[in-house]
Design a protein around this ligand. Structure first.
Ligand code: CP
Ligand code: NVA
Length: 330
């Protein structure tokens, strides 16, 4: 089946057919191989992309900037302190203005509706660089990394997301697994499992029925058995920092350590993490909490640096996959 994504926005994987996600992954593999040979395309020559960030970022911002430049495009960066958006100008008006200047808009912020509205009013492709509900470009990078390191197809893989099962990464994985026929387990405490958005779970399970995927949530350590990927994220997402003490109480038993990795029974299980990660006390935040007797690490340094961990390949793949999304849609 031929795939044409020109003009499409990338707001959530739920908007894409499995063959379209396959197309983006194949394109990303291809663009990565070309870069390794020193070849850069001109697919975005003469194109302008604006990056809107209402939350902080290292990987996503840099991935969009480098990817666009490597394909001949230009980028403009705006953060919440340096534009009128939301303060003196509505999102609708901002979108209408940006659509006149730019060929693509990346947005990172809070409400998923913001990316939907930006796409609706700008008339140009909009890319979701993370919202409170989703992080679809991250999942593409994670899948690319799995394909590089695992010797079986995605639909035969089991991904166990450990920790805050009601956050944007967990939801993004539910969508990704459902679409690609994979087995998803959200492993975390019942208190957080009970707080999951019921509509997101229902929609993921509906898609899962069509693709042969399994979507499960569990607080039972037995659910780790047979995992191909153990996936982790920080315990309190951006904007939730005030919840750190209560999350640490809930999630300390779910800190990923060597014993948890071994309990999968898979000697070659991969450890993936979207990053940034608290795996030691070398960050200001981890150190401050540690001084107050609170350990906010979601993973031990031993696992983070172990042979199971492919987190920096994964981080690099943000760039190749984001490049694929822009090349395919602009
Ligand atoms: N994984 C990720 O989105 O990283 P940044 O917050 O640094 O963009
Ligand atoms: N759940 C995290 C993901 C960071 C990439 C957050 O939203 O802060």
């Amino acid at each position: 089946m031929s795939v044409n994504l020109k003009g499409r926005s990338f707001l959530t994987l739920m908007d894409f057919k499995p063959c379209e996600i396959r197309y983006l992954l194949d394109l990303a593999h291809d663009l990565k191989a070309k870069k390794r040979m020193g070849l850069h395309g001109q697919a975005l020559k003469g194109k302008n992309i604006v990056l809107l960030f209402e939350k902080t970022s290292t990987r996503t911002r840099c991935a969009f900037e480098v990817a666009a430049r490597e394909e001949g495009g230009n980028v403009t960066f705006l953060d919440s302190g340096s534009s009128q958006m939301g303060k003196k100008e509505s999102l609708e008006d901002t979108a209408k203005v940006l659509g006149r200047f730019f060929d693509g808009i990346e947005y990172r912020g809070y409400d998923q509706q913001a990316v939907v509205d930006l796409a609706k009013y700008s008339g140009v492709p909009v890319f979701n660089g993370l919202t409170d509900l989703d992080h679809p470009t991250q999942i593409l990078a994670d899948m690319l990394t799995m394909e590089e390191h695992l010797s079986k197809p995605l639909h035969e893989c089991k991904v166990v997301f450990v920790g805050d099962v009601r956050n944007n990464m967990s939801y993004a994985w539910m969508f990704g697994c459902a679409k690609m026929g994979m087995h998803f387990v959200g492993y975390g405490p019942d208190e957080l499992i009970n707080d999951i958005d019921k509509e997101i779970l229902m929609k993921s399970k509906e898609v899962a029925k069509e693709t042969g995927s399994v979507i499960e949530l569990s607080s039972n350590p037995e659910s780790l058995k047979g995992a191909d990927v153990i996936y982790s994220d920080i315990w309190a997402s951006m904007g939730e920092e005030n919840l750190i003490p209560e999350r640490v109480k809930l999630l300390s038993p779910y800190r990923i350590d060597k014993k948890m990795i071994e309990s999968t029974g898979n000697p070659n299980v991969l450890f993936l993490h979207c990053l940034p990660s608290f795996h030691d006390f070398e960050t200001k935040l981890a150190k401050e909490w540690h001084d107050k007797g609170i350990d906010i690490r979601e993973v031990t340094d031993e696992v983070f640096r172990s042979r199971h961990s492919v987190v920096f390949d994964e981080a690099e793949n943000r760039m190749h996959t984001i490049k694929a999304v822009m090349v395919a849609t602009i």
